[in-house]
Design a protein around this ligand. Structure first.
Ligand code: MCA
Ligand code: AMP
Length: 509
């Protein structure tokens, strides 16, 4: 550990390993980046950030493909006291426009291929634009190449912001969750200990690095203990099967595990040496849990978190990993079940709103004080929007969602946002968007659309119109037309009835 902590998050993750020659990243082009190499790279990138006008607390918005340099950019932002704002690589320019307008970053960094589309967006808010592609391409990489390694880390307090991650909302407007150094650091330390990570571990990393799971849960835990990662650009079966050979642990969304199980090459022998498989971001079906154990002899460890809270609960490392549950509240995290309307505690074992409190819980939504107030109880507990219960022996089970949310392959999709985009198309009267069981993504998005009288718009034309406004993963996999939407006596669309109608759309052979 460095003598004096100047920047708690950066110092704990990277500064105290600045001279460490042990591997941090095993890359897919066979390069190995040691902790020392990585630390030097953060210094060079931090110098580039500062020479491009970034001062402490400035936002740096980043939509770049996954790479070692992209990960170093995250660490460099923390080191330079900037607020890292990662964005899904699937977002369209229209979607990026909203985030840039809302967050007003000093600097926008994008894939060289997106430069022409994003230049006017950056210019509108007065942000500078730089690029970072794969394999060390782009203006940021070029500038970093010649920048000095030495950089005096900017001092930060634990309560200062380290990142803003946008999450969609039930009203369709995305909210920026403000995460402090303390939020990230406390969770990384807790998880590293709870999951028994040590410097000997090698994590298979195939998750994207623009969300909590791949960025904070995976990377921060590994860097906290000085372990290594097999760092893959994404989840593709062959490289993952190959990468597992040298790994001791893997983290993934349930789709990773169902895809592995679908491969005959995923055998007990292949993973006999693995210590830990972790699943989260979406419900892991008990069937998958059981099939995984039958195939491999390993029980997947399921945990539960949110962008706003980092990780809240986890099944134990030693002890029973109970299928269908998300385990115990993590040490230092208070979890309670409350009446969704009043916030009053429910009887032991009863179903209610999951509420959480602890050093992991975010500071609030960026420039949305009222929204922030409405999602916290007066005593400081955050209202997750997830419905669950706590069994007498302490295991938490998520039984549903109090929020209208679809989780597809670990990505959150808010129906309201999709409905607004569909309703804006000529010829559409109204629409309802639902999620139904999908064999690969867990839930698949389906749109039910009522057309204006005489309008001829069909499924293909509708999907084409959505192409420029919505990221591909959010677009309905199928659209159906109906004369009207089913409504209850209050006029509210009965989504449960629609979900029943289309329940087997993707799962019937
Ligand atoms: C890709 N497609 C999807 C998804 N991903 N459609 C629906 N849902 C998805 N998740 C679409 C593409 O647009 C494309 O459509 C087609 O599927 C194939 O695209 P491809 O890029 O080849 O897909 P893939 O690379 O196989 O990606 C699937 C994936 C990926 C590996 C499951 O979505 C993924 O890495 N998901 C992880 C998300 C994650 O990290 N979530 C954590 C959030 P077309 O062919 O029509 O063009 S953090 C969180 O939730 C909290 C805090 C927590 O607890 O962790
Ligand atoms: P995000 O907005 O991407 O942070 O997603 C957070 C949401 O993902 C939570 O509110 C839950 O609804 C869901 N989630 C995360 N982990 C799990 C899990 N293990 N089981 C069920 N749902 C989960």
């Amino acid at each position: 550990m460095t003598d004096t902590i100047r920047n708690p998050l950066f110092d704990t993750l990277f500064a105290d390993k600045a001279a460490d020659s042990r591997p941090f990243l095993f890359l897919d082009d066979d390069r190995i980046l040691s902790y020392a190499d990585f630390h030097a790279l953060t210094g060079r990138i931090a110098n580039v950030l500062v020479s491009n006008g970034v001062v402490p607390s400035d936002r740096v918005a980043v939509q770049v493909p996954k790479s070692a340099e992209a990960l170093a950019l995250y660490a460099a932002c923390v080191r330079a006291g900037a607020v890292f704002l990662p964005l899904n690589t699937a977002y369209t320019a229209a979607e990026i426009g909203y985030f840039v307008g809302d967050a007003e970053p000093r600097l926008v960094i994008c894939d060289p291929a997106a430069e022409a589309a994003l230049a006017p967006i950056a210019a509108e808010t007065g942000a500078s634009l730089m690029t970072l592609g794969t394999n060390g391409t782009g203006s940021l990489a070029d500038a970093a190449e010649t920048a000095p390694e030495s950089f005096e880390t900017i001092a930060r307090e634990t309560g200062d912001l380290a990142a803003i991650l946008y999450t969609s909302g039930t009203t369709g407007r995305s909210k920026g969750a403000m995460l402090t150094q303390q939020n990230l650091l406390s969770n990384a330390k807790t998880l590293a200990e709870y999951w028994r990570f040590s410097a000997d571990d090698v994590l298979l990393h195939a998750l994207p690095i623009f969300h909590t799971h791949g960025l904070f849960v995976a990377t921060n835990v590994i860097a906290t203990v000085g372990a290594s990662m097999v760092f893959l650009p994404g989840f593709k079966l062959e490289p993952v099967l190959d990468g597992l050979k040298r790994a001791t642990a893997m983290m993934g969304v349930p789709t990773f595990y169902t895809r592995l199980l679908a491969s005959p090459e995923f055998t007990r022998e292949r993973v006999a040496h693995i210590r830990l498989f972790v699943s989260g971001s979406a419900p892991l079906l008990a069937d998958t849990h059981i099939a995984f154990e039958e195939r491999t002899g390993h029980r997947i460890l399921e945990r539960y978190g949110m962008t706003e809270t980092n990780m809240n609960t986890s099944n134990p490392c030693e002890g029973e990993r109970r299928a269908g549950t998300v385990g115990y509240p993590l040490p230092g995290v208070d979890v309670r079940i409350a009446d969704p309307e009043t916030g009053a505690p429910v009887e032991e074992g009863a179903i209610g709103m999951i509420e959480v409190h602890g050093p992991n819980v975010f500071k609030g939504y960026w420039r949305m004080p009222e929204k922030t107030r409405s999602e916290f109880r007066d005593d400081g507990y955050f209202i997750t929007g997830d419905l669950g219960r706590i069994d007498p022996d302490g295991y938490v089970t998520i039984v549903g969602r109090g929020k209208d949310l679809i989780i597809s392959g670990g990505y959150n999709i808010y129906p309201k946002e999709i409905e607004l985009a569909i309703d804006a198309i000529d010829g559409v009267t109204e629409s309802a968007v639902i999620g139904v069981p999908h064999p690969d993504f867990g839930e698949g998005v389906v749109g039910i659309v009522v057309r204006d009288e005489g309008a001829a718009i069909d499924e293909t034309a509708l999907l084409q119109s959505l192409g420029t406004s919505l990221a591909r993963f959010k677009q309905p996999k199928r659209i159906f037309f109906s004369e009207e939407l089913p409504r209850n006596t209050m006029g509210k669309v009965q989504k449960a009835a629609l979900r029943d109608t289309y329940a087997t759309l993707f799962t019937s052979a």
